[in-house]
Design a protein around this ligand. Structure first.
Ligand code: GLU
Length: 477
């Protein structure tokens, strides 16, 4: 291949590396393809609006701690939030009424029963805020503070929108349909009133509850709401606090034990993420400190959970090591600093001609100093930075001296990144004195494109990076 053609091919590959699907996006697409197999599950059919949605739709979004959102497939399709609203209204009730008053009337124990079971504990409290009895009571508590349903709803909507980072809206057809067919929920509310725990008007409580269930969201919204909870209550997109830290801790605890209807135990052991599902087909899951997930597919299992949504969460958790008890000492890897080799005072052993050539080239060597444990989300943010700046360097030096642990997912992600860098004639050198990334025996020594897991000191890394620049110069001449 002549040089010009080669250059053009490289340029094209570089554009697709920078602008095309990232490693994470390709992986999410792969999950979609595996989860779309089969037609198990049924659409919710208690109201016509849910029974006529397209069963083939599937959306998946991941919101990272810095507000970056990966979304694939039908991530822009709106659907009603339904029971995924329950943790949010519970959060609002805790904020307005305080923990003691709420705990007096709503328990925090899993019920092991279906979501719409008329289920209370020995003190006649709903067992938890994730079943309908507890959720209707949470909504009624907002009416104790603001008895006008329209005003209470306006405040609820503002709160949900702050968590999602955009203005949400009501699906009035779903809302009206829910209101027409809500006999069971009304029965639950009257039962709670007869027990003396529901203090607001029954009809207003049901009205507010159905309005919250009828809000339209996308998987991006669910991921960002999850990201807000993952971030201790600060929306990762807007940077604004939407929920207090103590309330978030409580809400995540209850989502962990009671969030997935009566399938909660299986969920905690296999997926290990606080989550909430809704009969609209949405699931929101949270990895505290790291990320929020939103999935949508409207076919439901016998518990009322999205069949493909559950499958996608299981795959994500297993493949990316997202179980909340996958313990890493520092969940977020930070790129401590980011500079070029021109800013370092490192002298390498070169001939005069090489020295002259390299003088103007050292700023094409980028150094990323990392710290913390490398799990999925930390590695993702490092690789996103590499990809975004790929045009600015020929060689990246990843200084892992302060990294203590690298999990298997991160290793595979580095292998994928290595392949991508190789494709665009870029190289990366990892400074890994303690062999945390790759066993010493597997170190490569030849300077070549891709990642070289090779060196123990920064001086060695710079020499190795310069070797690569010189090799490119020779090949290009
Ligand atoms: N609007 C539904 C109901 O209360 C929500 C059910 C759900 O998503 O679990 O019947």
């Amino acid at each position: 291949m002549c040089l010009e053609v080669e250059r053009a091919v490289l340029d094209e590959r570089m554009s697709s590396l920078v602008a095309g699907p990232s490693l994470v996006e390709s992986y999410l697409e792969h999950i979609r393809n595996t989860c779309l197999v089969g037609t198990d599950g049924d659409l919710a059919d208690y109201i016509p609006e849910l029974a006529r949605v397209d069963p083939t739709k599937f959306g998946l979004s991941l919101a990272l701690h810095d507000g970056y959102v990966y979304s694939i497939a039908d991530a822009d399709i709106g659907f009603t939030i339904q029971s995924v609203s329950k943790p949010l209204t519970y959060a609002l009730a805790l904020t307005h009424k305080g923990f003691d008053q709420v705990d007096d009337r709503i328990g925090v124990e899993p019920s092991g029963e279906a979501f719409n079971e008329i289920s209370v504990d020995s003190k006649r409290r709903p067992r938890n805020p994730m079943i309908n009895a507890g959720a209707i009571l949470s909504a009624s508590m907002l009416l104790e503070v603001e008895p006008d349903v329209d005003l209470a709803f306006a405040e609820l909507l503002e709160f949900y929108s702050a968590c999602a980072g955009r203005q949400l809206a009501l699906d009035s057809e779903v809302y009206e349909s829910e209101m027409r067919s809500g006999a069971r929920n009304r029965a639950i509310a009257y039962m709670l009133q007869s027990f003396g725990v529901l203090h607001a008007s029954v009809e207003a409580s049901i009205d507010l509850y159905f309005r919250q269930c009828s809000l339209v969201v996308t998987t991006d919204d669910l991921a960002v709401i999850g990201g807000t909870l993952a971030n201790g209550g600060v929306n990762p997109r807007t940077g604004r606090r939407a929920v207090g830290q103590a309330v978030v801790q409580r809400v995540l605890s209850v989502m962990t034990t009671c969030g997935m209807y009566d399938g909660a135990g299986d969920w905690v052991t296999t997926v290990g993420l606080p989550a909430k599902s809704g009969v609209g087909g949405g699931i929101m899951a949270v990895l505290p400190g790291q990320l929020g997930i939103g999935v949508y597919s409207p076919l439901l299992d016998e518990h009322g959970n999205s069949v493909r949504g559950v499958a996608a969460c299981k795959r994500l958790s297993a493949d990316l090591g997202l179980h909340m008890f996958n313990v890493a000492r520092e969940s977020r890897v930070t790129v401590r600093s980011f500079h070029t080799a021109a800013e370092l005072d490192i002298d390498t052993d070169r001939t005069d001609a090489e020295r002259r050539y390299l003088r103007g080239k050292r700023d094409r060597i980028r150094i990323f100093e990392l710290q913390g444990d490398l799990t999925f989300s930390g590695t993702e943010s490092v690789l996103r930075r590499l990809r975004a700046t790929a045009k600015e360097f020929e060689v990246a030096i990843l200084d892992m001296t302060r990294v203590d642990h690298v999990d298997q997912v991160s290793r595979s992600m580095f292998v994928g990144a290595s392949r991508n860098l190789k494709g665009v004639q870029r190289s990366a050198v990892i400074v890994d004195p303690d062999g945390v990334v790759v066993r010493r025996s597997a170190h490569r020594t030849e300077p070549g494109p891709g990642i070289e897991f090779v060196v123990t000191t920064m001086a060695e890394a710079v020499a190795r990076a310069e070797d690569f620049l010189l090799k490119l110069a020779v090949e290009g001449s």
